[in-house]
Design a protein around this ligand. Structure first.
Ligand code: KG4
Ligand code: ZN
Length: 343
């Protein structure tokens, strides 16, 4: 069974064909990240326009690469939330149109839930019950999956997502967007114990909070350059030297990663799942992978970095499992976007 997945929730126009939920037949991505990097963050209008410009050729590409045609496609899966409204609309309207014109069932995909499915694209696929740490630019959550479509959200962020914190910290210390890879790169040369940054304490032990940590980084950077709290975050990058930048990046990354690792270990001990998986853009972080591998008593599963960040294959994979589990398709004439869709 082959499902075509379409993803356009943020700055990646991504399409893939996946067989049986586990095999990527072909996958293509066009990203507008280079343009957003000039502004230090995603500009929704530019992202939406870029999706319009690239979506047809990205779809063509997966058919060219796979040698398949529409007769080989059993259904279309499309992200309808969460994400940027204008961006989601492009993928969704294209998917709705194709579902009608090609007469294919259409499946509405929750982007955050789909991130977990990147782990079904690596061999061997994880087993239920499974604990999933989903950490991206828009979300941080710990989810216990009892089966496909059957899960409990144990905890989530009460403010910023962890990826968002990486992006904001990068901006404060003058590193390029996206902040995750650039902070991780800078951290390699820094001392992770140089600065003492706080870990948030929350009522629900599985919830996350990263906005306090981000503010602590700002205060730390202001102090390091000898300024006070009035020094604006735009002035700091020019005053920091490289070693200070690396040390702040490393100290921040250590605390951010320790926070999610410790909560995952606590949830593992409480719920004793068969597998632990990490997913979402931040799952590409080497420090996170290393700490998880060293500190968890079982082997964790993670996908290659290209499947951790936004892609069409995870959307198609979840679509396959929805078909195999008898989930009703959506109405291609009425399906709408849900920018704030929750798990
Ligand atoms: O999953 P994703 O591609 O998009 C969302 O659904 O948000 O995640 C993007 C996020 C960005 O915040 C980016 O800075 C972060 O993932 N990221 C990383 C790394 N690579 C990407 N964060 C930490 N370390 C990385 N190596
Ligand atoms: Zn994502």
């Amino acid at each position: 069974m082959n499902i075509l997945g379409i993803e356009s929730s943020c700055d990646e126009t991504a399409v893939a064909i996946v067989a049986n939920g586990t095999t990527v037949i072909s996958s293509a991505i066009a990203s507008s990240m280079q343009i957003h990097a000039l502004y230090g963050g995603v500009i929704p209008e530019i992202a939406a326009r870029s999706h319009i410009e690239s979506i047809n050729s990205v779809i063509d590409q997966v058919f060219i690469d796979s040698g398949l045609n529409w007769d080989d496609i059993d259904g279309i899966a499309v992200t309808n939330g969460a994400g940027l409204t204008g961006s989601l609309l492009i993928g969704l309207l294209v998917a709705r149109t194709l579902a009608i014109v090609k007469n294919k069932p259409l499946y509405a995909i929750n982007h955050v839930e789909a991130h977990m499915y990147s782990n079904y694209l690596v061999d061997p696929p994880p087993k239920f019950p499974l604990l999933s740490l989903i950490v991206s630019g828009g979300h941080s959550q710990l989810v216990l999956f009892e089966n496909h479509g059957k899960y409990v959200v144990l905890g989530q962020t009460v403010d910023d997502a962890i990826g968002e914190a990486f992006d904001k910290v990068a901006k404060i210390i003058g590193l390029p967007y996206p902040g995750g890879p650039s902070v991780a790169q800078a951290a390699k040369r820094g001392d992770p114990n140089k600065y003492n940054l706080p870990k948030a304490k929350l009522t629900n032990k599985y919830d996350f909070s990263f906005s306090g940590l981000k503010t602590a980084v700002l205060r730390c950077a202001q102090q390091v350059v000898g300024g006070d709290f009035r020094l604006s975050s735009t002035e700091i990058p020019t005053l920091l030297n490289n070693q200070q930048r690396y040390d702040i990046a490393a100290s921040f990354q250590r605390i951010a990663v320790e926070t999610v690792v410790e909560k995952t270990i606590a949830a593992y001990k409480e719920f004793k799942p068969k597998n632990v998986v990490i997913a979402g853009g931040v799952a590409a972080n080497q420090e996170l992978r290393q700490q998880m591998t060293e500190r968890l008593p079982i082997k964790i599963t993670y996908a290659p970095p290209a499947l951790c960040t936004d892609n069409g294959a995870m959307i198609a994979s979840l679509g396959c499992f929805m078909v195999m589990n008898g989930v009703e398709p959506a109405d291609p004439y009425t399906l709408g976007v849900e920018p704030n869709l929750k798990m």
